[in-house]
Structures are given as C-alpha cells and as structure tokens.
Design a protein. Structure first.
Length: 70
C-alpha cells in the first residue's frame, strides 16, 4: 500500500516538533505532540469529509450560513 499520507504526517511532525529542541521528559514530548496535532495539523489539513476544506474554512462557511439564515 501507499504510505504517502503517513510519511507526510511524520515528516511534518519531525520538522515542527521533534527537531525543534530536546525534550526533558517523555511526558513533555507527548504533550508537545498532542498540542501540535490538535492546534496545527488538524486545523490546517484539508479533509475529504469536509469537501477538501480545512476545518477552519469549513467552520467559517457553516457559521456564515447559519448567521445568514437567522
């Protein structure tokens, strides 16, 4: 199978978290990884289930539609 998506994810994780500095504890690193995934990766990555929009783009569209419908 094609692992391009996972390779891309781990490359970004390496560049944006792992290579930034030395981590004093595993817990500190774990929190940094979770924070990066939740605050950066998930919010900026285009998702098929959202019509190839980022979650932020999708939220903006949905919020605008709800506001206009009110």
């Amino acid at each position: 199978g094609d692992n391009a998506a996972m390779e891309s994810f781990f490359s970004l994780l390496q560049k944006n978290v792992l290579d930034r500095r030395r981590w004093a504890t595993r817990e500190e690193l774990r929190l940094a990884i979770i924070t990066w995934i939740e605050r950066t990766y998930h919010r900026r990555r285009r998702q098929v289930r959202l019509g190839r929009l980022t979650p932020i783009e999708y939220e903006t569209i949905m919020t605008t539609q709800v506001t206009l419908a009110a």
